[in-house]
Design a protein around this ligand. Structure first.
Ligand code: GLY
Length: 379
């Protein structure tokens, strides 16, 4: 991938990778098989999450570990990742706190392990998680329901990133039902989640009996009708991945439409991502996690477009990575977390605003490894 870039950009990517390696080695020794989310006073605490072992981000540290193990061959990363995966068995067994995010949780732990080592127990965990996700499909509305409790008709844009565990399970089992559910959900998102201009709703509430779309309320963005940047990123990368796994051209076209909208908004903001593209200019709220995820999606798109089309996505990804690294990265190895200025939701708690968040680091690492062709497909 680096061949597309001028020499000074190539140097920058290599140097950034060396810095990641240096800090991740130290973090790996310090964190081991803890399950980190957001560092407090510069240090991650184990399972310091709103729902403990069930929390949706619990796989991302393991995702970083497997990517680093794959890129460097170092054993420390693998040992720690295997530890995280075993600890997460309590969530699979506990069940009640699980929802649509089982893809995030087990793609980065069990499925990553199985893909790299062939571990059969990991394969079983991944298939277990995929089966739980498939069980959330509502045939009336053709969507995978989000969350639990009384939200029976809720569909959210985030779920696009969980579909890869269905594509994977379908291929492993030779069972077309999994891809059917994934594609059927993706098509419903095209109908109700993606707007004609390439922006996206976070939430669509469907009638769970008739399947009719009832409303698109505000979610983690500024307001209903606004444009929560991480939601845009989930859709951008999620549709690119649905294209990768299904070969259905409409998913690539949608991914590109969302990417063009995303790129236009980043360019308007010096390549530093607002937490919502349609929020007041003050107070300034950034969310680097959205930008890092979108960069991975843009780099995936470069693999599926013609020679003369790639530059747009490469350049946008690189501009974004460079701007965010220059402005927000913390390379001090005494403090946990690298990519700063992540924001969990626009109106969220102060302690989840402008902080390093584990998934921001995951997508940052994946993007840099993608540029160096040292990544492996975790999705
Ligand atoms: N999937 C939940 C979030 O993006 O915050």
């Amino acid at each position: 991938m680096l061949n597309f870039l001028p020499e000074d950009d190539r140097q920058w990517v290599r140097q950034t990778y060396y810095k990641i390696q240096e800090k991740m080695q130290i973090q790996c020794r310090r964190i081991g098989d803890m399950i980190p989310f957001i560092p407090r006073d510069g240090r991650y605490k184990d399972l310091d999450t709103p729902t403990g072992i069930f929390w949706w981000t619990n796989g991302f540290w393991s995702g970083i570990l497997w990517q680093m193990h794959h890129a460097t061959g170092e054993g420390c990363y693998r040992t720690a990742a295997e530890g995280v995966e075993k600890r997460m068995d309590d969530a699979l067994a506990g069940f009640m706190g699980l929802h649509h995010d089982v893809g995030f949780q087990w793609l980065h732990t069990a499925v990553a392990n199985y893909r790299l080592t062939g571990n059969e127990q990991s394969k079983a965990r991944g298939l277990h998680a995929a089966t739980l996700l498939a069980g959330r499909y509502n045939p009336a509305g053709k969507f995978i329901r989000a969350w639990n409790k009384d939200m029976t008709g809720w569909m959210i844009i985030d779920c696009m990133m969980n579909l890869p565990i269905l594509y994977w399970a379908g291929k492993e089992l030779g069972d077309p039902r999994f891809a059917y559910i994934a594609e059927s959900h993706a098509d419903t998102v095209i109908a109700y989640g993606v707007r004609p201009d390439g922006s996206c709703n976070h939430i669509s509430i469907m009638d769970p009996i008739t399947g009719e779309c009832l409303e698109n309320p505000a979610g983690q963005g500024y307001e209903s009708g606004s444009s929560w940047s991480r939601g845009q990123a989930w859709a951008l990368y999620g549709f690119a991945l649905s294209y990768l796994h299904s070969g259905e051209r409409r998913y690539l076209d949608i991914a590109k439409r969302i990417a063009h909208y995303f790129i236009a908004n980043l360019a308007m903001n010096d390549w530093l991502p607002p937490a919502d593209f349609r929020a007041p200019s003050e107070p300034v709220k950034h969310d680097t996690t959205a930008a890092m995820c979108a960069c991975c999606g843009m780099l995936e798109i470069t693999k599926h477009v013609g020679e003369h089309e790639k530059a747009l996505y490469f350049r946008a990804a690189l501009n974004t990575l460079k701007a965010c690294v220059d402005a927000f990265c913390d390379w001090d190895s005494n403090r946990d977390g690298i990519m700063g200025q992540g924001t969990s939701q626009y109106h969220g708690k102060e302690d989840q605003l402008h902080v390093p968040i584990i998934y921001g680091d995951y997508f940052f690492v994946e993007a840099i490894l993608r540029l160096l062709e040292k990544d492996f497909l975790i999705w």
